[in-house]
Design a protein around this ligand. Structure first.
Ligand SMILES: [Zn+2]
Ligand SMILES: [Zn+2]
Length: 324
């Protein structure tokens, strides 16, 4: 499913199977999650996608061919392929364990073709073993919603009271991680979104409410997954002195001005960008141990446009997953 121009529907196209280059693998795709970032790519919120482009960066598939010099992951292995497709390995960020900020990165389904397809190629060292994950549909949302949620939580710190703004794919995974770690989850949804609030309660949230409400107790940290800048001052109001507000999305509407008093007392406002390969290794180990269950709505690959439209309109709970 190919994006030919910003704002246009994806088009079904038949291509020859991609040939893995040196250091690459080709996977037969079993499932690919649909992420809000895909919407930002299609809408042109993220600049200069590599058109024509196959979007999709929550890929689960089976390795079926090796490029030159590749032996692992082995043929037949199930792997996950995330947003981070390549890093330079020598910039100041790569050299200091922050390859998520690499100066010359490549991203799956943005600067390189991604997973809204039957096959994809990826660099072998940017693919992750999904041994033990027997359900490819259930595993797909882990590859971005789960991973970015995990990195956001790490940056939020080790506080016990965590607020999650926007209870979609990322939050529904992260709520389970928080609970497994013994933290309390406070879930903020679109005001009146009783379906999302019910889901948050099912997943162990100790409190649910609208994003315009304040929690009964001040939070240690809040993570924003909703791409709504107006929630930033709201979240700052909800955290305690020294608390942290983490913006977990790649794009957000403008943040309105707010009184300095909301930031005062060493509250911190930070963003999370991309992921490192170590994040993937750490999170996938946790996801297996914590027995994370994802809620998914499956669409056949050729219904990718419908999946994107439903995500935009908030018509399903959890995550959408395309299956070729
Ligand atoms: Zn994503
Ligand atoms: Zn780099």
């Amino acid at each position: 499913m190919v994006l030919r121009g910003i704002g246009q529907p994806l088009e079904l196209e038949t291509r020859a199977e991609p040939v893995p280059g040196p250091g690459q693998i080709r996977v037969r795709i079993e499932a690919c999650g649909v992420c809000r970032t895909d919407l930002h790519v299609v809408d042109g919120d993220l600049h200069h996608p590599n058109l024509p482009l196959v979007p999709g960066h929550e890929i689960v598939g089976i390795v079926e061919a090796h490029g030159a010099d590749v032996t692992t992951p082995g043929l037949g292995a199930r792997v996950g392929i995330p947003w981070l497709a390549h890093t330079c390995g020598h910039c100041r960020y790569c050299a200091t364990g922050r390859e998520n900020l690499c100066d010359e990165p490549a991203f799956t389904g943005y600067s390189r073709d991604g997973g809204f397809a039957t096959h994809a190629v990826a660099e072998a060292t940017f693919a992750f073993s999904l041994e033990g994950f027997d359900d490819p549909v259930a595993a797909a949302p882990l590859m971005c919603a789960g991973l970015i949620g995990w990195r956001s939580l790490a940056i939020a710190g080790d506080g016990g009271r965590i607020g999650l703004y926007g209870f979609g794919a990322a939050a529904h995974i992260l709520a389970q991680v928080c609970r497994w770690q013994g933290r309390e989850v406070y879930a903020f949804t679109r005001p009146g979104d009783t379906a999302a609030q019910a889901m948050a309660l099912t997943l162990g949230a100790v409190w649910v409410g609208g994003s315009d409400e304040l929690p009964p107790e001040l939070l240690d940290a809040a993570i924003l997954f909703a791409p709504v800048g107006a929630l930033v001052p709201q979240a700052l109001r909800a955290v305690r002195k020294g608390g942290r507000v983490v913006c977990g999305g790649i794009h957000m509407s403008d943040i309105p001005s707010f009184p300095y008093q909301l930031l005062w007392e060493e509250r911190q406002l930070v963003s999370v960008a991309n992921l490192t390969r170590q994040d993937a290794v750490d999170f996938l180990a946790i996801a297996a141990k914590a027995n994370i269950r994802t809620t998914t709505t499956v669409y056949p690959l050729e219904k990718a446009n419908e999946a994107l439209a439903d995500l935009r309109a908030g018509r399903f709970q959890g995550a959408a997953v395309l299956v070729p």
